[in-house]
Ligand binder design. Structure first.
Ligand SMILES: Nc1ncnc2c1ncn2[C@@H]1O[C@H](COP(=O)(O)OP(=O)(O)O)[C@@H](O)[C@H]1O
Ligand SMILES: [Mg+2]
Length: 276
């Protein structure tokens, strides 16, 4: 069931000109609208990513479709798209919402951590998992995530002390999978990498990408089908058949996942300091 935005909080930074709102479930959402300056397809990319990442059990924000009503939009003229000096109005309807993992009024969410803290992230191994994903789906952007403090056990960190608190990385911003608006699956050694090499220090061979490598190699077609069926018609503007073909190409690309990962070592710099 779609949610409805109730209060507008602020604009977020970033190329999609997203907005922070609260919705009628009481949570905070970063909303990308259909008319965002990147492309309508980034909403589809975000939605499909979320379905795939849930299956791969890589921590990422919960996503929802968020209705922006006419009343909400007329009460908040700030929710417009700036193109040069023009402000384009946003159409009422369903848009994409990425839920904040904690209430930002009470807890801090970080875009970056200094290296000394980055090393302590409880699910640092998920950077290997998300690279498998990013290579498979051709994320043309570099890897982005947010960090917050949580009970490590709740986020799959292999932490023997059940109540141990620490930083968790939540993998987000998937607007540029499939090459963004282009819906292409290309190969590019640097795409999808995180800006700090230390997250890859535990990678020593292809085996370091397990269990995600096997999960992608044997990816169930039903999950791709689920993603396909969930994408609303309003975001597609007649792209339904193109999306079907894209997901079929993605399904076939599973077979090349080893080569796609190996290829990241052939760029200008090898991102894996311990896998020469
Ligand atoms: N689920 C989320 N939880 C916390 N912060 C988020 C979430 N989604 C987005 N953000 C914040 O909003 C900013 C913009 O979102 P992002 O998806 O990166 O959009 P863009 O495509 O414009 O870069 C991010 O840099 C991050 O700080
Ligand atoms: Mg971003």
């Amino acid at each position: 069931m779609p949610l409805e935005a109730t209060t507008w909080i602020r604009k977020m930074r970033g190329g999609a000109q997203a907005h922070l709102v609260t919705a009628d479930d009481g949570h905070h959402y970063v909303v990308k609208v259909k008319q965002n300056p990147q492309h309508r397809r980034v909403l589809v990319n975000e939605w499909v990513s979320s379905v795939l990442l849930d299956y791969l059990r890589i921590p990422s924000p919960k996503v929802e479709m968020i209705r922006l009503t006419e009343q909400f939009l007329s009460a908040h003229p700030e929710v417009a798209i700036s193109i040069g000096s023009r402000a384009e109005p946003v159409a009422p309807g369903l848009h994409f919402g990425s839920r904040m993992p904690v209430n930002p009024d009470r807890f801090v969410i970080y875009d970056y951590l200094p290296d000394a803290l980055l090393r302590t992230v409880g699910n640092i191994r998920d950077f290997a998992g998300i690279l498998v994903f990013d290579k498979w789906v051709h994320n043309a952007d570099s890897r982005q995530c947010v960090f917050f403090r949580a009970q490590l056990r709740d986020f799959g960190a292999s932490e023997p002390r059940p109540r141990k608190e620490g930083f968790v990385a939540l993998m987000m911003d998937h607007g540029y999978i499939f090459g963004g608006p282009h819906w292409i699956l290309e190969e590019s050694p640097l795409a999808g990498l995180y800006c700090r090499q230390l997250v890859y220090e535990n990678i020593r061979s292809l085996d370091s990408f397990q269990p995600w490598l096997d999960m992608v190699r044997n990816f169930p077609p039903e999950i791709l089908d689920r993603a396909y069926r969930q994408v609303p018609e309003w975001w597609l503007n007649g792209d339904r058949e193109l999306l079907e073909q894209l997901l079929e190409r993605l399904y076939r690309r599973r077979a090349r996942i080893d080569a796609l990962i190996e290829d990241s070592r052939s760029g200008r710099i090898n991102p894996f300091p311990n896998w020469p």
